[in-house]
Design a protein around this ligand. Structure first.
Ligand SMILES: [Zn+2]
Length: 421
């Protein structure tokens, strides 16, 4: 046979072959458990639940039955006690033995930069946890307001300020399915951002009358809009998102701080970066409905200008403080359309701490002490803002008290029929 013909024949027969299951991963978050099926081609997935014992059955049609061995390595986690699998007519059946009755949600995701075809099955005890719009509670590390302040009668005009500690939503970028950017030595942005976020949250909680809320406190993905919802639910006074920058050129370096812009961007590079960060939802496995986009746009128009001024102010304070410990990629606060900054009423900034793709900065980002310095300089910018804009009594010394609150302070049960496809 002619080589060309043989090649063509091989190509055609490989196209006719069923797709393979490549990997099966399980991620655990405080509210739900996510099971991800990685495939090198599209498959038709159906999901249903069975009781006695409780289990979730995932049928993947159009997959090569032999690739079932890939499912064997997956470790059960969270609501999943055990994973069993077997080839079936035209595909694969995976049975997830679960710890009790669960609701399910299935997402079919098309390939992106990070992954090929994926089927995601989310499991939760409370069906509400599976709805993007109805964001779950955040894993919060709380330091409650001193008891005396809660009881005292508020002064006119200072009601909210006196009664409530300053709440900072600290958002560790990426997580779980979405690793974010990757350093040349293999360091992942999702791990660095979480580590810095945790350090920042602890520092915040040692401040008098300040409290941190982490939008995630583990290796799992939280949707971009859900991060904003968590901040709003906790009545956050500020939202700080922590990331590492990345670029194809390894010599790119320095810190940059961003605030939202819907109308223009500071530079082409800012646009590129925002597109990259916004793609997190595609990688992290969030179904994009784009439903209340119009409403969001109106809200942004109504109240964004005051919030923007505050965002710029705190952004430049953070930038100046970080300039003490790292070079700055940009001397001014930059603007781009980051989804995670779209809370119309909460001053929000996104900090690109350093370039994970720059070997020297990657080493710094991996360093525990340096992470602490980054967190401390972010805090100093945040504090500077509140010292300038909040009444003096807000910042008085008070003995900080740290209380770890269980993340599973779940809401009331709202029963919705099981999604069974
Ligand atoms: Zn990022």
């Amino acid at each position: 046979m002619h080589w060309g013909t043989a090649l063509l024949f091989a190509l055609v027969s490989s196209l006719a072959q069923a797709a393979e299951l490549r990997d099966l991963r399980v991620w655990e978050s405080p509210e739900s458990t996510r099971v991800v099926f990685d495939m090198n081609g599209a498959a038709r997935a159906s999901v249903f639940t069975l009781a006695n014992p409780d289990r979730v059955v995932v049928d993947l049609d159009g997959l090569d039955g032999a690739s079932i061995k890939r499912a064997a390595a997956a470790a059960p986690k969270g609501l999943v006690r055990q994973i069993r699998s077997a080839p079936r007519e035209g595909g694969i059946r995976v049975v997830l033995d679960v710890t009790g009755a669960v609701s399910t949600r299935k997402l079919d995701l098309t390939p992106n930069d990070e992954y090929g075809h994926r089927v995601i099955v989310d499991l939760a005890r409370d069906a509400a946890a599976l709805s993007d719009a109805d964001a779950g509670d955040a894993p919060a590390v709380r330091s409650p307001a001193p008891a005396g302040q809660i009881a005292s009668a508020p002064l006119p005009g200072t009601t909210r300020l006196q009664d409530k500690p300053i709440v900072i939503a600290v958002d560790a970028g990426h997580g779980g399915e979405d690793p974010g950017a990757r350093g040349t030595s293999g360091l992942l942005e999702k791990s660095v951002s979480l580590s810095i976020a945790r350090k920042l949250a602890l520092l915040i909680n040692t401040q008098p009358n300040m409290r941190a809320v982490l939008t995630r406190d583990g290796d799992y993905y939280v949707g971009l809009r859900q991060r904003v919802e968590i901040a709003r639910k906790h009545q956050a006074d500020m939202f700080v998102s922590i990331h590492c920058n990345a670029f194809t050129r390894r010599d790119m370096q320095g810190t940059a701080v961003y605030v939202l812009s819907d109308r223009g961007v500071t530079s082409e590079q800012a646009r590129w970066l925002a597109n990259k960060e916004n793609a997190a939802d595609l990688v992290g496995g969030v179904e994009l409905h784009g439903k209340d986009n119009d409403l969001a746009a109106v809200l942004i128009d109504l109240s964004q200008s005051a919030t923007m001024e505050a965002s710029f102010d705190v952004g430049s304070r953070i930038l100046r403080a970080m300039g003490q410990i790292n070079s700055l990629q940009k001397q001014d606060v930059q603007q781009a359309a980051f989804v995670v900054l779209k809370a119309p009423d909460i001053p929000s900034v996104l900090v690109e701490t350093a370039f994970i793709t720059n070997p020297r900065e990657e080493k710094l980002l991996a360093d525990d002490d340096y992470q602490g310095k980054l967190a401390a300089s972010i805090l100093s910018g945040v504090k500077g803002y509140f010292q300038a804009y909040r009444p003096k009594q807000q910042m008085v010394e008070a003995a900080p008290r740290l209380t770890k609150v269980s993340a599973a302070s779940a809401s009331g049960a709202r029963n919705r029929p099981l999604a069974d496809d």
